[in-house]
Design a protein around this ligand. Structure first.
Ligand code: AMP
Length: 440
């Protein structure tokens, strides 16, 4: 008898219990709390430097990324999550923020706003990568962009400073800014030519991807992490020997500003970053291992100048500088180094109700406490006093409020000190004031 071939389902798509999609994770409360703290700090810092928040959709037309990120980049070649709508449009889940923000800048006439226009956003991105440590298919970034009328190196420096400051205030030590210039449309062709001629006849010593990329996007060869490509890369022509006088001057100014700010940087003449739209300054921020610590192989963030992107998208020529920080990678470093941001837990009081009348009045009582800015925990569905006292204990609440039938009837309540067990009956009208007194 012939057996029908089984319709094999992808891992995680089991018929009874589902798992999250490969490379995409649930952020559980403990990590979500850390994430929120990072976001709050980032917002505070970016708002100080006059960045305003913007939110763009999770999906854009696929063509936007082909045009900007570049067709010979890993993101566009291999990592896009694309979808076709019923209306026949081809869309992509955003793999990075800059093209969407550039599109929004043009679409909403931001070129007429007073410049510089400084924008930031925080949220999820999607890349179809092979999941591994520090690499996910859905991950979060903090992203900042500066659009300006002047192509001034001071914006590069201020952009890098804001990015550095977030990591620094998270107490990540040994930060290093790897920085380079990749020139402009005038001088980059010379550098490309030098690279192509250097790699010519050496194709056999390159990985398959680099062989293919050499004629299309030779700068990408410097980005390759494949071991086979490393020896050639180390001898490759250096960008600094090929950039024009204007780009050299710009780069020198950026470095002088960084010197003035005493920011730690290292020149890396082979840093090009994977995307097509960069020009002049490119940078990445890494953290160097402390003594006895394993090397952290990934950059926490990076970015650079992209002076042609807005024009490429149909806008006016606009100078721009931007960067993105990887949130999961930051959290990973905070975990490894045991420096997760801590905060004093908010003191909460635990409300215990006994009987129907008290239960009915509890919701209103919680509202009174909310108005007085007192945090309350409860387990309203539980009826027994013992179970609620146990819950209060577990919650580590310093005070419990015992709201019994008699108290509910008499508009009073018992405040119990959970450490000493001392109890005091107070009228409901005095409750907020009494709680505040006892908590201080
Ligand atoms: P990029 O947009 O590729 O320049 O990346 C900026 C930062 O985002 C990197 O330095 C990483 O910290 C983070 N990042 C990029 N790709 C991923 C990924 N697949 N998973 C987690 N974080 C990522």
């Amino acid at each position: 008898m012939q057996t029908k071939p089984k319709n094999k389902k992808p891992a995680g798509e089991a018929s009874t219990t589902f798992q999250s999609v490969k490379g995409m994770h649930d952020v559980l409360p403990a990590e979500s709390c850390v994430q929120e703290k990072i976001y709050r700090l980032a917002r505070e810092i970016l708002e100080f430097y006059n960045f305003n928040s913007i939110a763009t959709p999770l999906v854009e037309y696929l063509g936007l990324y082909n045009r900007t990120t570049g067709e010979a980049t890993d993101i566009v070649e291999k990592q896009m999550f694309t979808l076709k709508t019923k209306g026949g449009e081809t869309l992509a889940l955003r793999p990075e923020f800059t093209p969407g923000i550039g599109r929004a800048y043009i679409q909403h006439g931001m070129s007429h706003y007073p410049h510089p226009v400084k924008l930031f956003t925080i949220g999820p991105l999607f890349r179809y990568e092979q999941p591994q440590a520090g690499r996910f298919r859905q991950f979060n970034q903090i992203d900042a962009e500066i659009f300006s009328t002047e192509n001034d190196a001071i914006y590069d420096a201020q952009g890098i400073l804001a990015c550095y400051r977030i990591l620094d205030e998270l107490k990540i030590k040994n930060l290093i800014i790897n920085i380079n210039t990749i020139g402009c449309i005038t001088c980059r062709p010379n550098y490309r030519k030098a690279l192509v001629s250097y790699y010519k006849n050496k194709e056999k010593q390159l990985c398959t991807d680099c062989k293919r990329r050499l004629p299309v996007n030779p700068l990408r060869l410097l980005d390759c992490k494949e071991p086979i490509c490393q020896p050639l890369k180390e001898q490759a022509p250096n960008t600094l020997d090929y950039v024009c006088a204007t780009c050299k001057k710009h780069f020198k100014e950026v470095l002088e500003y960084l010197d003035n700010l005493a920011l730690p940087y290292a020149l890396n003449p082979y840093l090009v970053r994977g995307l097509d739209y960069y020009s002049k300054t490119v940078f990445e921020i890494n953290t160097q291992p402390a003594e006895g610590e394993e090397k952290i192989d990934f950059a926490l963030g990076g970015g650079g100048r992209y002076d042609y992107l807005i024009e490429e998208l149909g806008g006016r020529p606009t100078s721009a500088f931007g960067w993105a920080l990887g949130v999961e990678r930051i959290i990973d470093v905070l975990h490894t180094r045991n420096i997760l941001p801590s905060s004093r837990p908010k003191e909460k009081v635990f409300l215990i109700h006994i009987g129907d009348l008290a239960k009915r009045k509890s919701l209103c009582l919680i509202e009174t406490l909310r108005h007085a800015h007192i945090n309350v925990i409860e387990s309203l569905g539980k009826e027994s006093l013992a179970a609620q006292l146990r819950a209060a204990d577990k919650a580590d609440a310093p005070l419990a409020l015992i709201f019994g039938q008699k108290e509910a009837y008499e508009e009073s309540i018992i405040i119990r000190d959970m450490k000493t067990g001392a109890q005091e009956m107070v009228p409901l009208t005095k409750l907020p004031e009494m709680i505040k007194r006892k908590l201080n």
